[in-house]
Design a protein around this ligand. Sequence first.
Ligand code: PHE
Length: 488
Amino acid sequence: MAEEAILEFLQDHEEIANSGEFAAERGLDHNEVVNVVKSLHGSRYVDAQDIKRETWVLTEEGKTYADAGSPEVQLFLAVPPEGISREELQKRLDPSVFKIGCAQAGKNKWVEMGKQISRKVQHVDDTVKDMLTQIKDGQGIDADNIKALKARKLITPQTWTGYSVKRGSDYAPKRKKAATDFTRENLQRGDWGDLEFKEYNFSAKGPPAEGGHVHPLLKVRQQLKNIFLYMGFEEMPTNNFVESSFWNFDALFQPQQHPARDAHDTFFLKAPSTTRELPEDYVERVKRVHEMGGYQSRGYGYEWKRDEANKNILRTHTTAVSTRMLYLLAQKKPFEPKKYFSIDRVFRNEAVDRTHLAEFHQIEGLVCDRGLALGDLIGVLHDFFSRIGMSKLRFKPTYNPYTEPSMEVFSYHEGFRKWVEVGNSGIFRPEMLLPMGLPEDARVIAWGLSLERPTMILYGIDNIRDLFGHKVDLGLIKRNPICRLGIN
Ligand code: PHE
């Protein structure tokens, strides 16, 4: 309605001088008129200039007096012609009306203020109420009165915005609905030539993407996989969560009485509780190296038990997979250098807390070639970790049954301002490699780390249970960014 009124008016008038008056004359809501003017201005049907005016509106107190009368008049009317005691009058009036009323009526010399209160005039006019009503109705009052009402905090200023409106460059007496699509019907009807198209809004946001969200662990895994592939590594098959103790421990020169092997750290399988098949001649060499060494080693000097090696477990590290792959590699003649990696799940019988779960993921990389040394390992670690945004590294000697030397890897975290442990590494021992049948000068440098650790650092997650397991925070999975590597 407002739109038609404006456009029709401008057909035979130069301008609408003031949208406020225009609205009032036609009984239109000024807010609606303003919205229509803005919209018409946007599509150049009209040209609008804003008009700002300071106006006055009633405060809450002002509104009550506009309704019930000013306190001074309320007080005056409560004083009977014969007068009244102060106490009695006070009882009849609201405390604030009494207080303000006394002050104002006294000042106006309407009443005699003493112990006894009496009228000094016969009749009073409530000019305050009248003025407040005028302001409420949008009429002006003179400056002195404004000042007085403002001093009594009965009115406050407010900026009123309206418009003066003229025809715009695309003025038409009726607004055409802008077309958003060009359709077959437009062609059939032949009205396509008259269509006005709505302009594209290139800054509009699309609807939020619903549907699947990739888990942060999978995102980081995919990126790590790309890094390994880019560095020329081949992925090892990790599709066996169940492993025999032999491949998980014995082949890695991990003695059978090693504490990690007992029920506290390892999940043993009930059924099938033992493995069916192991390469017998290799088993024999492993047994020998444990019991009495060889390859310039003294071995552990204990009685190695086949039963212990046969026990099925959930693999405790992906190094079990590396072991199998190195054994297969050793069977290939002539020897072939290799770079392998894997990223998959491992299991440990541990107490679950905010940084530990009974199952997690390991990232593992290894390089097998003749004559590799510690410098090669350090170089590869720098290359690998800098690609995941961890370029400041430090190494600390540590112990693994299957590597010598062994190094823990620490990375400096700029956000935490401290060195955090990010992995473990080493050179596989001859007691592990030579029984497999690898050449004497073949060396294997290897490292492993959890996938959860860098993911938590990269995504700022401090409780592992928000990331993985049955209490996972789905909101976090949905909200987090697609890529995080290199920006920690
Ligand atoms: N298997 C080790 C672990 O579970 C990691 C590792 C891999 C260490 C390869 C050295 C070499 O922590």
